[in-house]
Design a protein around this ligand. Structure first.
Ligand code: ZN
Length: 351
């Protein structure tokens, strides 16, 4: 669809007040972040110029606004169509690393759309090698990155199994998890049982996007059929008190990305409203019921957000300073890292 019309942004709702210094100065971890959704407009222009396509940053910004979730998926397809060579992946991984340093991020689990690479007949191991080469120098600057290999739900179970196989072929201890994103309403959850068993047998942690545009049953299925350890988004949980209890009792975190939920229209859809505001977000309700929450940006460039802005969003939903500090803790607590390494990371301060 032509992007840029009917965008959900309401500038009057944006919170320009600064975060308390006690929160903004803390080293942070981010656990739900897509590399391909992090390509800033200037970088998209550099990327397309490599392929002899001239775009302006304004054109990219227009593409980066959506009327609904389908519009977002269309824009994601559009921007990933310019990722054609391993060096393209190196370029965007370097840019994301620089951006994360500006946000005080010392650790991130970054999702790679391996399913999309395979669909385009690319070799994930070669792209991944370029990504590692581009990002390893940032470790000296205090940024540690691990990776999530992600399949697209709508491509089906067989294609998802190929993503697990790609993770095995890459043989890198930095690949910590397997996940599924994409169109939640497409393939039934139970069709992925074997894929998740295989991923678990390969030593990968298990993730799934669920309850973003789908109902609470998608979250329950991901937990009961697939044993996932964290849920991507999961905002639909707020509609089902017994599911909220289950998430709290079993300490299964929701990876909450407020700006994303507004800009894709996912929150409005869950609430059956024509448009949703940040103050409509169920974050505080879930939080106060004891559901672990890890706050993230999802696709920061595509949603015009930053991790700092997401903490401001969380404040705007009603979390106080002590709760925001606890929110920072949670992203470390629920990271797929050994305990002793988490402690070391929290000592890092970027200059
Ligand atoms: Zn996501």
């Amino acid at each position: 669809m032509p992007a840029g019309r009917n965008c959900h942004i309401d500038s009057s709702r944006m919170n320009w007040s600064p975060l308390p210094a006690s929160i903004s100065s803390l080293p942070k971890a981010e656990l739900h972040l897509h590399l391909e959704g992090s390509i800033q407009p200037a970088t998209v222009c550099a990327l397309t110029a490599e392929h002899n396509i001239l775009l302006t940053e304004d054109e990219v910004r227009r593409r980066y606004s959506y009327r609904d979730f389908t519009g977002f998926i269309d824009a994601f397809k559009w921007v990933t169509s310019f990722l054609r060579e391993p060096r393209d992946y190196g370029l965007i991984a370097r840019d994301l690393s620089e951006h994360l340093l500006t946000q005080g991020v010392v650790y991130a689990e970054v999702t790679l759309s391996i399913g999309v690479m395979l669909l385009r007949k690319q070799k994930p191991e070669v792209n991944f090698e370029a990504i590692l080469r581009a990002t390893e120098p940032f470790e000296k600057k205090g940024l540690r990155l691990n990776w999530v290999f992600d399949a697209a739900r709508q491509f089906g179970a067989e294609a998802a199994m190929e993503v697990v196989n790609a993770a095995k072929h890459c043989q890198s201890k930095t690949i910590v998890a397997f996940g599924i994103g994409g169109d939640e309403m497409s393939v039934a959850t139970e069709e992925f049982r074997q894929v998740y068993e295989q991923a678990a047998n390969s030593g990968l942690h298990l993730l799934m996007h669920a309850g973003e545009v789908g109902g609470p049953e998608k979250i329950r299925e991901a937990i009961e059929f697939l044993n996932v350890e964290r849920i991507g988004h999961g905002i639909a949980a707020a509609q089902d008190p017994s599911l909220v209890d289950l998430l709290a009792d079993r300490r299964i975190p929701l990876e909450i990305c407020p700006e994303s939920n507004i800009r894709t229209g996912a929150l409005a859809r869950q609430l059956h409203l024509p448009e949703a505001r940040i103050t409509d977000h169920p974050l505080p309700q879930l939080w106060r019921h004891g559901v672990p929450i890890v706050l993230s940006t999802d696709d920061p460039a595509m949603f015009h957000t930053t991790l700092e802005a997401e903490y401001k969003n969380a404040a705007q939903t009603g979390l106080n300073e002590a709760e925001l500090a606890r929110l920072v803790d949670m992203s470390f607590e629920h990271a797929f890292l050994p305990e002793n390494e988490k402690l070391g990371l929290r000592m890092i301060r970027h200059s």
